[in-house]
Design a protein around this ligand. Structure first.
Ligand SMILES: [Zn+2]
Length: 586
């Protein structure tokens, strides 16, 4: 077992002992060693004259001052995990063997020298104390409210969303963050909700002699004005290469399904002035109808080009099967002017002011979206506990933990939750286009998505996390280093890394040149975008561990001598690097 604490003289003490169970015998215990841990550095802690087996390695510090250790003696090895509350885990790796043949003058070092050479990393005892404040009970309590039936799925806009915003702001206030919105903790966004006219809707897709009519409740429309098309050709774009030679001009452009760079492609295509965009909805249920507009369209991805999003099963099948480029399909549309209803929605923003006079006006963002899909026709609630209630409560929890530091990190840390991610990243896009803190001084964004469920369809994800855009910036190395010290393995998900980079709020900030990536534990899980995404299904112990890694990563980025940088050698970062340089970053 390993215990750590502070004695009456204020010295940091660590007691280290090993309990093991011999295969045939009763549990045995190696005498506890007691030694003092340096107040300044944890990475050179030495244990002298202990009766410990040669090759005992302490893998990393876990849960504040707790340790994780493993024995290795030829084929005999076992691991122990422990934390400061004295609880002992014992985990067999292979055959458990009693540690025999100890030397009496063994020196043991904490194996904490894994940091890349460019920067030494020595978190203070205060830092470990702070991340120990992350509590699975607090995460569970907050999420049981955020994902409760009462908030009705936090649709954008909705009363449930507004209640969630007030709750998040209250938690920021309790953590003593500075309000950083335009109205206390709120950034107020005045948006327009488009409501299609009750009559005058017609949408017909023609495939040779076969005509398919899409009914009004099977399509979402985003248009500020009327639209009338008769037999307009449909041009299908899979990737940017399909747009060579300015194809798409004057046509209806069929965008790839979401999760495939559709936004990036839409932005490029919009400049070619298509007459409309046609999109295939993720799901048939119509729950992701996109009807909210930022009246300040200057920056809008779709540049005011009307969007027709089709939910109808047969139409989706037809459009998915259509070949790239000229599809041979034509479309006829008749839309009367929709009614535009002003609505107010809010991002929630709190600031932990940096401690360094030179660096405190630079900002590191920790973000998540607090909206979800609302309710369906029969009134079933999409709870959105993992997507993205888990990210939302993590932002609150990490804020609470880091705010306890007697000395804040050097740069300021901004905690922000977005509305409207499910409507097409509109809350983060709103912030990116109406920033409240200078983007030129915004160093990085760590965005959180789906960090609570470990039952991924790719297999269990215990103590695991992945970043989208894994090789896009050195933000990854900060999170990896933090993970190494808190027991979270940060790995590259070969499918998710690049494919999902454009699919969450980090993308809105990346488009403005800010190194921004999304941390995700389960890219896909059984209740994704389903009613069953409930708070009871979250792995809170794992979420707490992930939160400690996040807190440490935020600390590292905020305290680092060097700002986070894009990986310029990766061609996929080209447009982001361009924006980064344009806004004056190094
Ligand atoms: Zn999400």
């Amino acid at each position: 077992m390993i215990r750590a604490g502070v004695n009456t003289k204020g010295e940091q003490l660590v007691e280290l002992g090993v309990e093991y169970r011999h295969i045939e015998g009763a549990p045995k215990q190696v005498p506890i060693e007691r030694f003092q841990m340096s107040q300044v550095k944890y990475n050179t802690m030495a244990l002298r004259d202990g009766p410990f087996i040669k090759g005992l390695r302490i893998d990393h510090i876990e849960e504040a001052i707790g340790l994780r250790a493993s024995f290795e003696d030829g084929s005999r090895q076992f691991g122990i995990r422990s934390h400061t509350r004295g609880l002992v885990y014992q985990k067999s790796r292979s055959t458990l063997m009693p540690p025999t043949g100890f030397g009496r003058t063994l020196v043991l070092f904490l194996a904490l020298s894994l940091a890349p050479a460019q920067q030494t990393f020595s978190p203070t005892p205060d830092m470990y104390q702070a991340i120990q404040g992350v509590s699975s009970a607090s995460l569970r309590g907050n999420l049981s409210f955020i994902a409760s039936e009462l908030l009705e799925g936090r649709d954008t806009p909705s009363r449930g969303l507004d209640i969630a915003a007030v709750y998040i702001a209250a938690q920021f206030s309790a953590a003593r963050l500075d309000p950083a919105g335009d109205d206390g903790y709120f950034q107020t966004a005045k948006m327009l909700r488009t409501v299609p006219a009750p009559d005058g809707f017609e949408l017909r897709i023609q495939d040779g002699s076969h005509a398919l009519t899409v009914s009004k409740d099977q399509a979402s429309v985003q248009s500020q004005g009327p639209l009338e098309l008769s037999g307009a050709p449909v041009y299908k774009v899979r990737d940017l290469a399909d747009l060579r030679d300015g194809e798409g001009k004057g046509k209806v452009v069929l965008l790839p399904a979401s999760r495939e760079n559709s936004r990036e492609i839409a932005k490029v295509t919009a400049a070619l002035q298509p007459v409309a965009f046609l999109e295939v909805a993720d799901k048939e249920d119509g729950s992701s109808q996109r009807r909210l507009l930022d009246p300040d369209e200057r920056h809008d991805t779709f540049a005011g080009v009307p969007r027709l999003i089709v939910h109808d099963a047969e139409a989706r099948k037809l459009l998915r099967a259509a070949k790239a480029g000229e599809t041979g399909l034509t479309i006829s549309v008749k839309l009367t002017t929709p009614t535009l209803i002003p609505v107010t929605v809010r991002n929630v923003i709190g600031l932990l002011r940096g401690s360094d006079l030179k660096l405190r006006d630079q900002y590191i963002l920790l973000t998540a979206h607090y909206d979800h899909l609302g309710m369906d026709g029969p009134g079933r609630v999409f709870h959105g506990a993992n997507d993205d209630g888990s990210g939302t409560v993590s932002v609150m929890e990490v804020a609470r933990a880091l705010a306890r530091l007697p000395q804040h990190p050097r740069r300021s840390i901004v905690f922000m939750t977005f509305f409207g991610e499910e409507e097409g990243l509109i809350g983060s896009a709103y912030y990116a286009h109406h920033p409240l803190l200078p983007l030129a001084k915004t160093i990085a964004d760590l965005n959180l998505e789906q960090v609570g469920r470990t039952d991924s369809t790719e297999g269990p994800q215990i103590s695991n996390g992945s970043l989208t855009g894994f090789d896009y910036s050195d933000l990854t190395s900060y999170v990896q280093r933090a993970g190494e010290r808190t027991g979270i393995k940060i790995y590259k998900n070969l499918i998710g890394s690049d494919a999902y980079f454009t699919q969450s709020d980090n993308f809105s900030l990346a488009e403005e040149g800010i190194p921004a990536q999304t941390l995700c534990v389960a890219f896909d899980y059984p209740d994704y975008h389903a009613v069953g995404d409930e708070w009871q299904k979250i792995d809170y112990e794992n979420l707490a561990r992930v939160n400690r890694a996040i807190a440490l990563a935020m600390f590292l980025m905020a305290d680092s001598d060097q700002p986070v940088r894009w990986n310029e050698s990766n061609p996929r970062t080209e447009s982001f690097v361009k924006a980064w340089k344009q806004r004056g970053a190094q």
